[in-house]
Design a protein around this ligand. Structure first.
Ligand SMILES: Nc1ncnc2c1ncn2[C@@H]1O[C@H](COP(=O)(O)OP(=O)(O)OP(=O)(O)O)[C@@H](O)[C@H]1O
Ligand SMILES: [Mg+2]
Length: 364
């Protein structure tokens, strides 16, 4: 019998999606480059070179639907591999068409601009200084995450210092946006192009890694939906935005999958983003995205060594019955690596999530 769902990637996003699917009794398989992944601890897994779908071509015969947990696998390569085994493209979520546009950040920017969705001007890295001036942001067109693949070039000197990196090709330059805050919106679009959104969240970054997420006092849903529609999206997408000093909004980037800014939905009393990812992939109606106020703090690896999880969980929960700990079961802790997150439900969540995290780290 085939597995209902097949996840390309076995990280925390696949794991939490699988857990949502299992609640409905659905079966799941994941594939990743390493055998011990967060997903492999909760469901069966296969091993292959994730970025080379030909290396796990048999996987597509084992599953009914395919779901992505990152945007790094080349859409054309994926399409070609699936065609070889006759796996129908409509059974992949998010749509491969949108994956192709999103996975190259320069194409993504161009598409947004063509659709009239405000986002930073971007050109190939070589043309940045002449066409855009300074300050600039240099980005790897493909494969960036958690700020890996993003460099600030405030001055011509910084731009030249980074030359060995961008000169190899595949880098873009874009205008630096002097934003006031960063926002994020989860968007769902079904097969009939109907759209739903989760509440707008503020997402605070530290060293270009998401640190805290909590409800915003502004609504960015309109531009977020327009951004996903510009990618001809179908499925669940996370949209990252810049809020400018004058309240104007710009799209930073789109993630074609569950997103860190939606992890709070695991404890908000309503449907989680993972439940919706599974539903949309199966062509089911998404659940109404409504719940209560929750703030989230990411848990990053504190060292490269061993850790004590249970005492840390205990410390986080101490004295606060609205605190929930999520730990992804990664094989190894590494300093700065996303290892889990904490949700604080109810009022004053941002402060409570931060305090719980401090207690957690102290005991880990
Ligand atoms: N044009 C810009 N102007 C100002 N700051 C920027 C710009 N682009 C990116 N940043 C900052 O760098 C961070 C990381 O950039 P971006 O989101 O493009 O990369 P990423 O590595 O894909 O991130 P992640 O996967 O963590 O979301 C942003 O969250 C923002 O804080
Ligand atoms: Mg980002």
């Amino acid at each position: 019998m085939k597995f209902n769902l097949g996840f390309l990637g076995g990280g925390q996003l696949a794991r939490m999606s699988i857990q949502a699917a299992q609640r409905m009794g659905l079966t799941a398989l994941s594939v990743d480059s390493s055998p011990k992944t967060p997903a492999s601890r909760v469901a069966e897994a296969r091993v292959g070179n994730l970025l080379e779908p030909e290396s796990y071509i048999g996987f597509f015969n084992e599953v009914e639907y395919v779901l992505l947990e990152n945007e790094f696998i080349d859409a054309d390569r994926l399409r070609a591999t699936m065609a070889k085994v006759g796996f129908p493209e409509e059974r992949v979520t998010p749509s491969l068409e949108s994956l192709g546009m999103i996975q190259d950040k320069l194409v993504q920017r161009q598409r947004l601009q063509m659709a009239g969705v405000s986002s930073p001007d971007a050109v190939e890295a070589e043309r940045g200084p002449v066409e855009l001036g300074f300050p600039l942001v240099l980005k790897s067109r493909r494969g960036g995450y958690d700020g890996k693949g993003t460099l600030m070039a405030r001055t011509p000197e910084e731009y030249e210092a980074a030359r060995p990196i961008w000169e190899k090709g595949g880098w873009l330059a874009e205008s630096f946006v002097p934003f006031r805050r960063e926002l994020a919106v989860m968007v769902m679009i079904d097969g009939q192009d109907r759209a739903w959104t989760y509440p707008t969240m503020i997402s605070e970054q530290v060293d270009q890694v998401c640190d805290l997420v909590y409800p915003a006092d502004v609504d960015a849903s309109e531009i977020a939906v327009a951004a996903v529609r510009a990618m001809r999206g179908c499925g669940l997408y996370g949209v990252e935005l810049f809020e400018l000093e004058d309240g104007g909004l710009m799209v930073n980037e789109i993630a074609p999958r569950p997103h860190n800014s939606g992890h709070y939905t695991l404890d908000w009393g309503g449907p989680s983003q993972f439940e919706q990812h599974v539903r949309l992939s199966l062509g089911l109606l998404p659940a109404w995205p409504q719940g209560i106020e929750v703030a989230m703090a990411n848990l990053l690896g504190q060292s490269d060594g061993p850790f004590q999880l249970l005492p840390a969980i205990e410390a986080a929960m101490e004295g606060d019955q609205g605190v929930y700990v999520h730990w992804y079961g990664k094989e190894q802790q590494r300093k700065g690596r996303k290892m889990g997150h904490i949700n604080a439900v109810g009022p004053n969540g941002k402060k409570r999530a931060q305090e719980a995290r401090a207690r957690f780290y102290a005991a880990l």
